[in-house]
Ligand binder design. Sequence first.
Ligand code: PLP
Length: 441
Amino acid sequence: MVQVASHVDRQEDSRSNPTVLPPPAEVRADDVLVGGSNSAFLLPVKLCLERGAGSRVWDTNGREYMDFLLASGPLILGHSHPRVCEAVTRQLSNGTAFHTLNRPALELASRLVDIPGCVETVRFASTGTEAVMHAVRLARAYTGRDKVLIFAGSYHGSHDLSIIGYRGAVRAKSGGVPDSALEDAVIARFNDIDSVEASFATHGSSLAAVLIEPQQRSLDPLPEFLTRLAQLCRSSGVLLIFDEVLTGFRLAFGGAQEYYGVEPDLVCYGKIVGGGFPLSAIGGRRQIMRLADPALQSAPNFVHISGTLSGNPVSAVAGLATLAELDKPGVYDHLHRLGERLRGGLAWQLNTHGIEGSVIGSGPIAAVRFSDSDQPGSGLALREAVNRELILRGVLAQLQTRFYISLVHTEAEIDFAVDAFGGALRAAIERTSSAEGLLAV
Ligand SMILES: Cc1ncc(COP(=O)(O)O)c(C=O)c1O
């Protein structure tokens, strides 16, 4: 039987009697980390994690959570998988960083070029952000054009172009992104080929690339959308970049290229490829990638792609160990089955509780979208309230993004999460059914 202690009562305890629990680390975090956070996103419950094993994590107050955050996706084998730990431990005594060509990085590169699709050569970096940034730079150098088409609401990391896309629905941008960055961004709508055609009609001859999450924010592409996009790119001399930071090795071993059967010109990998350690890769056709060949340093369109820890051997062995597990027979069938079970359960709960919304995603991904209308409170407030209740019930997930599923999650754990989601919905509906309730969340 699956057990994770509900933290609802303990949370109430700590509110009424602050001495019950030791001083929470998350309070100190407010003083020393900006916003008490590690990133631009906040969980609706303050917690500080201390330990992870398999499908579980524990916070500094000893609370256990069933983890569907999985470090924002890299841990498809769960926390501290024995094969990954073995490989990393071995590597730790063989050298932790080289910067130069090293055996684990070479082996991992060989693994990546063996994947059917467009990847003929690769260059490593450390984060998904960097991989996308470098892919865009390669596309600009290759085509001699500057503009890049991105999709409103997409996410490609923390670089300027990505922020414009992520907040692109309102054409807003992050502080510190110069207005000039907007000039080179062309924004179309995902799954709307007419909007892409219109952008091509206006900007086609100055577009270097179309940068796309093939499954945008957990939303599958409509049939033919990617194929049509690839055709448009090809006929206009525009490079197609698949940002597979999230989908790579997740939807299928060959990622979105394999899953949707469409081949881009360049691919960005991150998250899973480093097995939970910092590593990313840009791969693609040889004639494009060769622009980053150091032997061409003096060529006018040489592309600088470098990083002190790029191709780090510890990350590379973690990535290799992870890919070895994923390459075993039946793995993706299993992951997809777990995903279907979770999506089905979450949708059933929404329906049962009369909540307007949908559950999207495929493979080991499930995302809940609360609709904005006809809800007690706005969809956004409800989502935050449900997310909070979910975490208090011992299920760690970020509803703003998605549930990530790992190979170590069991069907019983999926069912536990579904039940917890039902409980969270009930509690959140009660809280959000009045304006006062909403404010109290
Ligand atoms: C599709 C996509 N691209 C790029 C990134 C950025 O990767 P990183 O956070 O490693 O910089 C992310 C991160 O979530 C992502 O989901």
